[in-house]
Design a protein around this ligand. Structure first.
Ligand code: ZN
Length: 297
């Protein structure tokens, strides 16, 4: 009888040990699959979701979210996803219906829908008269270049992860708090870095930096408007502005052709410098962009 009880206790202990050893592995297998549109979102979701998420990103390095088309393996990963974090970039409009039919159970969250977007700048003053003829205002999708907006996005992601996986809500919340502190540090560093810049206007091929510019008191002058190249007269207006403002650098983006940027640079006797809003390490990238602006303005 005693032996039987002993055996029973030992079996019980073994069972406890066994379950506690395998628990981490099980947790690994239970990672939530999340799909995002662009690399900076992957950064936010991984920072907040940590060990509980596996992130599938649609627009990979070098791709443009304006013209992108998903690959079959990405559609496969999407079909396993619990949540899709959209951010209002162009390809989502064309593909969302297909995403939904590939995975009808997937929760779709557009992290940009509670962000106030700014109308795409019309950079040609002489076109002002035609403004009224525009059917609808085109809104600028590049919201994540503003750290202040990034904080809103991060809070939204933490809230949604917590609601689909309430067991780990505390974990997501503490990761969020840590990230918000880092973003606030970033904001004060950028403000400090850019404070004494005399020339606060910069010329950029693709208009991705307006939200950043507004937050830090800079002015973006875009060459391209809504994905279209400037006409000859528009081009000469840009050149005139660049010369008048004594601009010597044309910022361009590695995801797009730099041909026009190079042409403008040669006309103003300046150079092309590459910056991207799509790097995966969003935080480090904004530091790099700030340094680049500081060195070139
Ligand atoms: Zn863009």
């Amino acid at each position: 009888m005693k032996n039987k009880l002993m055996l029973f206790i030992m079996f019980g202990l073994a069972l406890i040990l066994f379950t506690s050893c395998t628990a981490p592995d099980q947790a690994d297998n239970e990672k939530m699959n999340i799909t995002v549109s662009i690399l900076p979102e992957k950064f936010f979701v991984e920072r907040i979701g940590g060990e509980h998420v596996a992130v599938n990103v649609m627009v990979g390095p070098g791709d443009s979210p304006h013209t992108y088309e998903p690959k079959p393996e990405q559609m496969a990963a999407l079909s396993q996803s619990k949540v899709y974090f959209a951010i209002g970039v162009e390809f989502e409009g064309a593909w969302m219906d297909k995403f939904i039919s590939a995975n009808p159970q997937m929760v779709i969250v557009d992290v940009s829908d509670n962000v106030e977007k700014i109308p795409m700048e019309d950079h040609h003053d002489e076109d002002d008269a035609e403004e009224d003829e525009h059917d609808g205002e085109e809104l600028d999708p590049h919201i994540w270049t503003s750290p202040e907006i990034a904080k809103t996005i991060a809070r939204r992601i933490a809230g949604e992860l917590s609601s689909v996986d309430s067991q780990n809500a505390g974990y997501y919340h503490s990761n969020l708090e840590e990230l918000l502190t880092e973003i606030e540090q970033l904001q004060s560093d950028i403000r400090e870095d850019l404070r004494d810049l005399e020339n606060r206007k910069f010329l950029v091929f693709h208009p991705a930096w307006d939200y950043f510019a507004r937050e830090f008191g800079l002015e973006e002058i875009a060459i391209e408007v809504g994905g279209t190249e400037p006409s000859a007269s528009e081009l000469s207006a840009i050149l005139e502005t660049a010369l008048k403002e004594n601009i010597r650098v044309v910022f361009a983006q590695p995801e797009f052709s730099t041909q026009i940027a190079e042409y403008i640079a040669s006309e103003i006797n300046g150079e092309v410098v590459l910056i991207t809003p799509l790097a995966e390490n969003w935080l480090e990238n904004l530091r790099t962009v700030t340094r680049t602006l500081k060195e070139n303005l």
